[in-house]
Design a protein around this ligand. Structure first.
Ligand code: 0X9
Ligand code: ZN
Length: 743
């Protein structure tokens, strides 16, 4: 029965929440690519709702009706669709929520966006679970909902205090999640972690997850994109004041404000005219020694320091920048999701805004006041609808950023306390887990050289990969990056770009692509220097290429000159000392021999030494002799282009070993009259063909046994020239020729 009741409750709540999608029937979220003045004024007539709160800003994300889309289409105005059917999207998110909202234990609580009641329950639970946590009541909202929070304190008085609040803006649902998480995990970590204990011993931490309960509830029940509180405006049917324009710091100033109660950035009738801003202000004024404040919003992935109403530098600019950067780095490093810090308009990353809460906490209380804009960075990554599987990541980023503020307020010296570490800090009294060791390049905490590079940044392998990057829309990669071994490649406009980098083909190269918006437009291909594809993909992407199995490629043959004992896979690179052998069959009696082997020891006594007992005599073309029996060498060296007469006492094989010459590279020089010439090819070749170029100078060619070739007589008794044999030739004049290459 209990089960039936609770599933009934689930269905009921799904039906209830479905109402917050009703205003978005037939609407889309779009972004204009190019905003002219005339487009602006025409679009305003379609009653569009700009999601960025800059007055009349059409360059941001807009909720538009189908009629406005039709008008854009017929007018040929370029735009990108971010959510095509907004109502369907909200309904879908509500249905998912209804299915898993009942799982609330531990981290499961952070699997879906929680309602105001669930957040209140969680605050109660934290206060009753942890002794350092006390529930605090700040006051009632306009509609009578309690604004409650938690004070984390180990007791004592006069300690510095820091203040975190979420949800001034109703639709920024990640902000109450992240603030609850901050309280939850500060309490949990305080029980197990020395650094957390040390800081919470010296600082009081105030956390108020929902300072705008009426608006938050309304965004769940009626209008998903509601921003303001729910206070009526006298004489106007439009409801609500923008709490973050109602504070007394440049209140109703010119930056991103409106005095129109229908505007999303309506400033109210005077500073603190909004019930909730007034309640929270009074509570904050009662906290002594407030040194820091973070007002948590979404989205844009920014850390913003005072002032927000002006680009002028405040008197505490240096301190604001120092802590701002520390918080920003801690957030970025949590999941490698990029945050940007700035004061004023943060170099154009956001608009200036008058009357905001952190500017008041700075100007009025002297606390270092900041705005966080949590994940995502862009509307195409979900905007106010950060996908629920990223809630925990966003909470962890907020935790780490916020922890830096608490740490700086605690004013304790945290650092690496291990004397063995390369970043040992002898003045640190508490270890903050930052200890590092030296890498192979001598860098403290470094990861060694990138694959393919040495520690000086030189490309050792000399091997390059080429990266081709494409964007189907033609507007660059919208913040996406292709990280290859940690090196980023991207482009910011056009359809295509290319890049190259050094890599080690024998190592494993890692590839990550993402980090920006419009990921479906992104594609890339990585090729090696031979043009072979190594990897291709889109975004998001995580993968690797190269030798990722731990194999070492090289020559695995231990008889080779370049044998590599470490190699596990043979890559065909083995080099051998390759020697050729020619066997010349010398007959009994006279013969003319020649060789195509380049002899390392060419003197004729060395060449014939192995068969010396069988050799009676050898002679060159001029009649100079070699007589082994007499140990007489009148010939000297054997010349490659020459043939030699030899007389053997028995038939014997002459084995010659060395490198075969390439006959086509060798010029045969013959002189007028008689010559003995060599045949340099390794297979028989037709005499007429071989000597074709000098045929008109040939009177006669003869073999050792007197067989003749007489071109003038058209007689060829020889036929083929044979390897190992030499020939006599009589020429009518000097001549040169070259044999064709071996077959
Ligand atoms: O407009 C706001 O109130 C804040 N942005 S939001 O999208 N969450 O509405 C930003 C206010 C702070 N601005 C600067 N510090 N420049
Ligand atoms: Zn906001």
């Amino acid at each position: 029965m209990k089960k039936i009741l609770s599933s009934l409750a689930l269905i009921l709540s799904a039906v209830l929440f479905a109402q917050n999608s009703a205003p978005y029937e037939n609407t889309s979220i779009i972004k204009l690519l190019d905003v002219s003045e005339s487009t602006k004024s025409s679009l305003l007539e379609f009653n569009v709702n700009s999601l960025a709160c800059r007055h009349d800003d059409m360059s941001s994300e807009l909720i538009v009706s189908q009629e406005a889309i039709n008008w854009l289409e017929t007018s040929g105005i370029a735009y990108k669709t971010i959510v095509s059917n907004l109502k369907e999207k909200i309904d879908h998110d509500n249905a998912v929520r209804a299915q898993i909202a009942n799982q609330k234990d531990g981290e499961d609580w952070y699997n879906v966006y929680r309602t105001f009641d669930e957040i209140q329950e969680k605050i109660d639970l934290i206060a009753s679970t942890y002794s350092i946590a006390t529930e605090v009541y700040l006051g009632d909202s306009y509609e009578g909902n309690q604004i409650n929070g938690l004070k984390l304190s180990t007791g004592g008085s006069g300690k510095p205090a820091v203040f975190f609040n979420g949800c001034q803006h109703a639709r920024e649902w990640i902000s109450p999640m992240a603030t609850v998480y901050l309280a939850d995990f500060l309490c949990q970590n305080n029980e197990i972690d020395v650094l957390t204990q040390s800081v919470l011993d010296s600082v009081d931490v105030y956390i108020v997850p929902v300072v705008n309960p009426d608006g938050y509830i309304y965004s769940h029940t009626d209008e998903r994109y509601w921003r303001k509180n729910r206070q009526p405006n006298a004489g106007n049917s439009c409801v609500g004041t923008d709490l973050n324009r109602n504070w007394d710091a440049d209140w109703a100033g010119p930056q991103s404000t409106s005095t129109d109660p229908c505007s999303d950035v309506y400033v109210g009738t005077e500073a603190f005219s909004a019930t909730e801003a007034n309640v929270v202000k009074n509570y904050m004024e009662g906290i002594p020694n407030m040194v820091g404040h973070v007002d948590i919003h979404s989205y844009s992935a920014l850390v913003l320091g005072a002032w927000g109403y002006s680009n002028a530098q405040s008197p505490d600019h240096a301190a604001i920048v120092e802590l701002g950067n520390a918080m920003n780095d801690a957030m970025t490093n949590t999941h490698n999701y990029n945050f940007t810090f700035g004061t004023g308009d943060a170099d154009g990353a956001i608009y200036l805004a008058s009357g905001t809460m952190p500017d008041w906490s700075y100007d009025a209380l002297g606390a270092l006041g900041y705005t966080y804009e949590l994940r995502p960075a862009t509307s195409s990554e979900g905007g106010f609808e950060l996908p629920i599987d990223q809630i925990l990541d966003a909470c962890e980023e907020n935790y780490n950023g916020s922890f830096q503020m608490i740490l700086s307020a605690a004013n304790i010296s945290a650092g690496c306390t291990n004397p063995e570490a390369c970043n040992y800090d002898s003045s640190a009294s508490v270890d903050d887990g930052s200890c590092e060791v030296v890498d192979e390049c001598g860098d403290c905490g470094g990861n060694g050289p990138a694959p393919g590079y040495d520690c000086e940044g030189n490309c050792i392998s000399g091997d390059l990969i080429n990266i081709s990057m494409n964007d189907t829309y033609g507007d660059g990669w919208n913040g996406n990056e292709l990280l290859i071994n940690g090196v980023a490649h991207t482009f910011s406009n056009g359809y295509t770009a290319s890049s190259s980098m050094c890599y080690d083909p024998n190592a494993c190269s890692t590839v990550i692509c993402g980090g920006g918006s419009w990921q479906e437009e992104v594609s890339w291909t990585i090729t090696n220097s031979l043009g072979e594809e190594l990897l291709s993909g889109g975004a998001p992407y995580e993968g690797e290429f190269g030798n990722c199995s731990g194999d070492v490629y090289g020559c695995t043959d231990n008889t080779a000159l370049n044998y590599n004992a470490q190699a596990t896979i043979d890559d065909g690179s083995c080099l051998y000392l390759t020697l050729d052998e020619q066997v010349i069959e010398l007959p009994l009696g006279w013969y003319i021999f020649s060789s195509y082997i380049e002899l390392s020891e060419p003197s004729i006594d060395s060449v014939l030494s192995a068969i010396a007992p069988e050799v009676v005599i050898a002679k060159d073309v001029t009649g100079l002799a070699y007589l082994p029996d007499w140990n007489y060498n009148g010939i000297g060296d054997v010349e490659l282009d020459q043939g030699y007469l030899i007389k053997c006492a028995t038939a014997v094989d002459l084995n010659l070993v060395g490198n075969k010459i390439q006959p086509e590279t060798y010029v045969m020089n013959l002189s007028q009259g008689w010559n003995m010439f060599a045949y340099l090819r390794d297979t028989p070749g037709d005499l007429a063909e071989m000597l074709a170029t000098i045929q008109d100078k040939i009177i006669i060619v003869k073999t050792y046994d007197g067989t003749a070739y007489l071109p003038d007589w058209g007689f060829n008794g020889i036929g083929n020239l044979n390897p190992g044999e030499g020939y006599q030739v009589k020429l009518s004049s000097d001549a040169s020729f070259t044999y064709p290459a071996n077959d």
